[in-house]
Design a protein around this ligand. Structure first.
Ligand SMILES: *Cc1c(COP(=O)(O)O)cnc(C)c1O
Length: 371
C-alpha cells in the first residue's frame, strides 16, 4: 500500500519530448512557429470541424468564444449550475450575466427541459457543458436555440472525443471550447482550443486572440483585443498528444469498464451512465453516493486518502458560490444540489492498471459499506 493514486496524471508517452526539443533547438518557443498551425489543423480534423483556434488555456478560450459571439453587458447566458467555475466566470468577464439551470439526474448535465423557463429577451446564448465526459443532450438545446435565436456553445473541456448521435464534440453547436490543462484527456500543460464551422466567428476569434491586430496591417489594431495565444511549445506537446488521442481516450474507456465491473454490485453507489445516443469518454470516473450528505461524502474522501487514494468532491454548483449565490435560490437546483453533495471523482488516468482499479474499487466499497 505504498503506492499513491492521484485523481489525474498527464501521460506523456509519445513524441512530446522530441517535439519540445525541436522548439528549443530551433528557438521557436513563443507564439509563432510551425507546431501551432499543425496543431490547429490536426485538432480541427480530429473534431471534424473547419476551424480550430489554439489559445493559452481553456478559460481564455471560453472568454474568447463568448466575445466572438458578441456577448457583452446586459446579455444573459444560460449555463448549467453544475460545472467548473470557469464556465460562469467567462460570462462574467464579458459583463454578461450567467443564468443557471439544474442538472438531469442521469447524465448530470444541463437539463434541457429546464432551459426554456430561463429564456428572457436578454438571453443571447446557451453554453452546454459535457460534464465529466458525457455529452449534453444537444438536440433539444439546439431546437430551443433556433426557436429563440440564440447561439449554442459547447464547453467540451472534459469531453474530447465524446460523441452525440455519432457526431464528435466540438462540432455540436455554433462553437465549442476545449481545455488542455494537465488533468484533461489530452494536455499541453495549460492550453485551450476553440472549434467552429463558422468562418466569420473564427476570424473574429483569431483577431481578438492576437491583440485585435489587423492581419493585413501590422500594429493596426481594429478592436480591443487580448493576448490569448498558445505557444509553439504548448502546440508541440499538443501535436504529440493528438497523435495518441485515440489511445488516451481508449484508456479512459478501459478504466471506466474496470470500475464498472468492480463497483456495479455496490448498491450504495450510482455509477456514471452512457445514454444510448452518447459516447461517454469518462474524463473522470465519478460516482454518486445514493444517500447521505456532503459530510458523509467528505468522510469517504478522507478515508480513501488514508489508504493512498486521492479522490475529489464534485464541483460546487455555481449557485452556492459567493460570486453567484445571490443570483438564484438554491431551491431551484434540487438535482444539482444533491449530485454535487454526494459525488466523488476517482483516479482516472491512462496508466492505471486493472489491478490498480480493483484495489481502489474494493477500498471504496469497504469504506462506503462501513459508514
Ligand atoms: C477545465 C475546465 C475549464 C477550464 O479550463 P482551463 O484550461 O483550466 O482554464 C472550463 N470548463 C470546464 C468544464 C473544465 O472542466
Amino acid at each position: 500500500m505504498d503506492k499513491y493514486y492521484p485523481v489525474a496524471l498527464p501521460v506523456l508517452n509519445g513524441n512530446e519530448k522530441k517535439y519540445v526539443m525541436d522548439c528549443l533547438d530551433s528557438t521557436w518557443i513563443s507564439s509563432n512557429g510551425s507546431y501551432i498551425k499543425r496543431f490547429e489543423e490536426e485538432f480541427a480534423a480530429f473534431c471534424r470541424v473547419k476551424h480550430a483556434i489554439a489559445c493559452s488555456n481553456g478559460t481564455t478560450t471560453l472568454h474568447l468564444a463568448l466575445l466572438a459571439h458578441g456577448v457583452g453587458p446586459g446579455d444573459e447566458i444560460i449555463v448549467p449550475t453544475l460545472t467548473f467555475v470557469a464556465t460562469a466566470n467567462a460570462v462574467t468577464y464579458c459583463g454578461a450575466k450567467p443564468v443557471f439551470v439544474d442538472s438531469e439526474p442521469e447524465t448530470w448535465n444541463i437539463d434541457p427541459k429546464r432551459i426554456e423557463e430561463r429564456i428572457t429577451p436578454r438571453t443571447k446564448g446557451i453554453v452546454a457543458v459535457h460534464l465529466y465526459g458525457h455529452p449534453a443532450d444537444m438536440d433539444p438545446i439546439r431546437q430551443l436555440a433556433q426557436q429563440y435565436g440564440l447561439f449554442v456553445m459547447e464547453d467540451a473541456a472534459e469531453a474530447l472525443g465524446a460523441e452525440y448521435r455519432g457526431q464528435r464534440t466540438g462540432g455540436l453547436g455554433d462553437s465549442a471550447i476545449f481545455s488542455l490543462f494537465g488533468n484533461k484527456i489530452i494536455t499541453t500543460g495549460e492550453g485551450g482550443v476553440l472549434t467552429t464551422n463558422d468562418d466569420a466567428l473564427a476570424d473574429r476569434a483569431r483577431l481578438l486572440r492576437g491583440q485585435g491586430m489587423d492581419p493585413e496591417r501590422r500594429y493596426f489594431h481594429t478592436v480591443v483585443g487580448y493576448n490569448y495565444r498558445m505557444t509553439n511549445i504548448q502546440a508541440a506537446i499538443g501535436c504529440a498528444q493528438l497523435q495518441n488521442a485515440e489511445w488516451h481516450i481508449a484508456q479512459r474507456l478501459r478504466i471506466a469498464s474496470h470500475y464498472t465491473e468492480y463497483l456495479r454490485d455496490c448498491t450504495a453507489l450510482t455509477l456514471p451512465i452512457q445514454q444510448e445516443w452518447a459516447k461517454n469518454v469518462y474524463w473522470l470516473f465519478s460516482v454518486v453516493l445514493r444517500e447521505g450528505t456532503e459530510a458523509k461524502r467528505d468522510e469517504v474522501i478522507r478515508r480513501l486518502q488514508l489508504r493512498g487514494i486521492e479522490s475529489r468532491p464534485f464541483f460546487y454548483p455555481m449557485h452556492v458560490l459567493p460570486p453567484y449565490k445571490q443570483l438564484q435560490a438554491a431551491s431551484e437546483f434540487p438535482v444539482a444540489g444533491r449530485i454535487a453533495a454526494q459525488g466523488i471523482n476517482l483516479p482516472s488516468y491512462g496508466t492505471l492498471s486493472e489491478a490498480d482499479v480493483r484495489y481502489i474499487s474494493s477500498t471504496l466499497v469497504n469504506i462506503v459499506s462501513s459508514l
